[in-house]
Design a protein around this ligand. Structure first.
Ligand SMILES: [Zn+2]
Ligand SMILES: [Zn+2]
Ligand SMILES: [Zn+2]
Ligand SMILES: [Zn+2]
Ligand SMILES: [Zn+2]
Ligand SMILES: [Zn+2]
Length: 211
């Protein structure tokens, strides 16, 4: 009674596996208590063999039932080579099945050169596929010069491409005249002006400067 309960929860008293038929791989076993039957299939695989000399598919066969299985084996790639013609594409071929694969190869750039005599852009060209790359080169700045006789702004120009940069004066770069009191009684403010650009600045006079 207790043993029958074991069978109900799946703990059987299995007998040995037996093949069902000659030349077949299905096996059965029987529980010695409740006669339940269990099945499994166990093949006896031979080794993997290429299907053909020019194939990367491998097959193996069961030595008992002759069932077959296939798998894709790894390709036996040659080295990457540049494709023919003016291209940087690279190809490789499988020595067995002659399948090919391609990828973008490295460009073979020539040296950087200025794009034009009056340009600060440089370019280089791939000697295989003529692909171009550009990069900005540094400007060749001339010295700073005042924008005009009555301006404190400074300009400079690139000697190659003529690019221009403007620099506004900072507080200390003006050519300041002396502080002078502004009319008033008593004067409480004083003023100064830049001798070049005539910009004016006003400040509150401090008592000890007014003596
Ligand atoms: Zn059983
Ligand atoms: Zn088999
Ligand atoms: Zn292959
Ligand atoms: Zn290229
Ligand atoms: Zn430039
Ligand atoms: Zn100024």
């Amino acid at each position: 009674m207790f043993d029958k309960l074991k069978c109900k929860v799946g703990i059987h008293a299995w007998g040995p596996w037996h093949y069902g038929a000659e030349g077949a791989c299905a096996q059965t076993r029987v529980c010695e208590r409740c006669q339940t039957e269990g099945t499994q299939t166990v093949h006896i695989w031979g080794s993997w063999q290429y299907r053909a000399p020019d194939s990367c598919i491998q097959v193996r066969r069961c030595e008992r039932c002759q069932a077959g299985e296939e798998r894709k084996a790894a390709h036996q790639w040659d080295q990457w080579e540049y494709a023919m013609g003016d291209t940087c594409e690279k190809l490789r071929e499988c020595q067995r099945c002659h399948e090919t694969e391609s990828r973008q190869g490295d460009h073979q750039f020539g040296p950087w050169a200025y794009a034009a005599p009056d340009s600060c852009e440089q370019l280089r060209r791939c000697e295989r596929c003529a692909e171009q790359q550009t990069q900005p080169a540094g400007h060749v700045w001339d010295v700073w010069a005042y924008e005009g006789p009555t301006s404190c702004n400074q300009l400079h120009f690139c000697r190659r491409c003529g690019a221009r940069e403007l620099r506004a004066p900072s507080e200390i770069e003006h050519d300041w005249g002396a502080w002078a009191p502004v009319d008033g009684d008593p004067p409480t403010q004083e003023q100064r002006a830049c001798l070049r650009c005539h910009i004016q600045e006003t400040r509150t006079a401090s008592p000890n400067q007014m003596v």
